[in-house]
Structure formats: C-alpha cells, structure tokens
Design a protein around this ligand. Sequence first.
Ligand SMILES: NC(=O)c1ccc[n+]([C@@H]2O[C@H](COP(=O)([O-])OP(=O)(O)OC[C@H]3O[C@@H](n4cnc5c(N)ncnc54)[C@H](OP(=O)(O)O)[C@@H]3O)[C@@H](O)[C@H]2O)c1
Length: 334
Amino acid sequence: MKALLCERWAHYSELKLVDAPKPVLKPGQVRIAVSHATAGFGQTLVVAGKYQRRPPLPFVPGTEVAGVVREVASDVTAFKPGDRVVAALDWGGYAEEAVATALTTWPVPDGVDLADAVNVPLSYGTSYAALHWRARIRSGETLIVFGAAGGVGLAAVAIGKAAGARVIAVAGSQERIDLAIRHGAAEGVIHGSGDLGRQLKELSGGRGADIVFDPVGGLLFDQALKCTAPEGRILVIGFASGTIPQIPANLLLVKNIEVIGFNLGLYIGWTPVDERVRHAARMAEMVQTLFALIRRGELPPLHADQYPLEDFVRAFDTVVARRSTGRVVLKISS
Ligand SMILES: NC(=O)c1ccc[n+]([C@@H]2O[C@H](COP(=O)([O-])OP(=O)(O)OC[C@H]3O[C@@H](n4cnc5c(N)ncnc54)[C@H](OP(=O)(O)O)[C@@H]3O)[C@@H](O)[C@H]2O)c1
C-alpha cells in the first residue's frame, strides 16, 4: 500500500512516500481504508521527535483518519466491514490502510461527509473536551481564543459559540479574524498591534475574560494573564509559537486565576500508562455529541484545504508558515 514513512527524526519534507506492507490487524482492532487524514502542526513535531510521545522508528505518522472499515478482529463486535468511521490512531494514518483500536474508532452518521468528519475526534474533540470537561464553560461567559483561525482554535471558536459563550478571536490578520467571525466569534483582535492584553480586557467588559483558550503559548500567554477576569480560567493547549511560557504564580494568587493543562492524549491512550479503556465511554459520548451538533448545523466544518497525499510537503508548509486556516486534510483514497 501507499504510505508516508518516517525513517528518522527529521523535518517533514524528509518523509518518504513508499510502497509499504499493510499493517497487521491485532485483537481489539479494526482495519480502515483511509480516505482522509489531518495534517496538523502536532505531526510536524512528532516526525521531528519533538512531541511528548515518540513512536518506534520507522513508522507511518498520522493520528486522525476517516474512512471505511475493511476488516475487524474476531473479538470486535461494534463495527463491520463497510461502516464509515473516524478514528484516533497512535500513528499510521498517512497510508491507504490503517489499524485502530475499536475503542478509539467511532461511527460517522449518514449525511456527514468523511472530509468533514475527519476533524471530529482530535480537532473538534480537543476544543470540546478542554472547554467543557476541564474549563466548565457556561452560557453567557466570555471566551478568548488565541490562534483562532488555526485547527484547534477555529474549533474552539465554534464550540464556544455553540455553548452560548461570547467569543473573542485573536489571529494574525483581518482575513483570519473574519474567518473566525464566520465560525461564531463576536469580534476579534489582530495580535502584534498594540497592547493586546489591554485591548482584550476592554473588549471583555473591562473585567477580563472568563476563559482564555491558548494553543500558542510564548508571549501570548503573558497577555492571557493580563486579560483573564478574577476567578477566570486559562486553558494551556499547546505551544504553536515554539515557546513554553513560565507562569508567575503570584499573578494566579492575586487574581484567583486557574491555569488548566489539557492533553487529549490522556483520553485516547497516548500517555505512558494507556488509559483509553477508562475513558472510552466518555470519548464515545463526546464524539456522538459533536456529530449531533454538526448535523444540526451548530458546528461548521473546519473548512480545510485538501491536498493529495503526494503533496504532503506543500500541505505541511502551509501549516508551518501559518497560511492555513482550520485543519488541513490529506486526501488518501476515494
Ligand atoms: N493539548 C492537546 O490535546 C492538543 C491537541 C491538538 C493540538 N495541540 C497543540 O495545539 C497547538 C496548535 O495546534 P493547531 O493544530 O491548531 O495548529 P495550527 O493549525 O498551525 O494553528 C496554530 C495557530 O497559532 C497561531 N500562531 C502560531 N505562532 C504564533 C505566534 N508566534 N504568535 C501568535 N500566534 C501564533 C497561528 O495563527 P496566526 O498566524 O493567525 O496568528 C496559527 O493559526 C500545537 O502546539 C498542537 O501541538 C494540542
């Protein structure tokens, strides 16, 4: 089968498109004919060996796929060949066939395209679980989203809006703010122009935001501390800026602020102790909720650019150069 292979920790442009053997189906797994896989910033870190989790070399990257079930292990009863599914994988998604544990595979309802469904488990899932499970978002709250035109950021804008929050988007250009507004933000601020923390605080009624969703880190995190309301919450999602912020604990004390770490990996078996069994029911319920919101038109597709697998370098170039919006998708087979 056609697959992208990572032979050593390197820049994504050094991945090799190869003819690889099909992965072996183990107990508890389903084999998926992959139609789409997401190409997020996180995968550029994985292949460079800079992610918190390192697959054994050589490996096929790609952790979020949509497709059709081709085969199931004899102990799997939840799926059958022909089912349309999305799955979170440990790795192995950038290939014509992938195997996933049935616990991290979910059915795609009729009426939802696989190209739209592929973003659900990890991209929409990250934003939903962070905002609902960890930050306990409530209707009427103010939510500031950094990186609001990016993969998890755009998802957070739409999830926040669907939860009844007033969403303020932060992004790098007016065009990117406009996209966030089309996905549910009430307004937006371009970062890099003036005192961002102060502008955001003013837009949040002078008191600050109830929740700040931060997938960027670096200097933006310092602004998050400025624009969070007393008793507010800051969600630490990622470090797209490349800089992990240091937290002055005195500010947390003075403003009664919670800084909340969030790692979707905990719920899908990516932590040193694999906890996917423990969280399977909760994940399944969340994925079902997300699909219900999509079918009701409350969550728009993340409007990703699509590239054929062969064009993976161009796909990742747009992500790293911050030209992409939403989630970029690799089209693998029809
Ligand atoms: N915790 C979790 O469970 C989880 C799950 C998924 C992803 N992540 C992490 O979340 C981060 C974002 O992932 P993603 O897939 O959404 O990436 P993405 O699509 O590339 O979006 C990141 C956004 O960050 C903004 N950005 C980048 N550098 C910046 C800087 N120096 N200053 C200000 N803004 C900057 C860019 O927007 P502008 O150009 O418009 O500013 C870009 O759209 C990554 O670190 C990823 O590993 C974490």
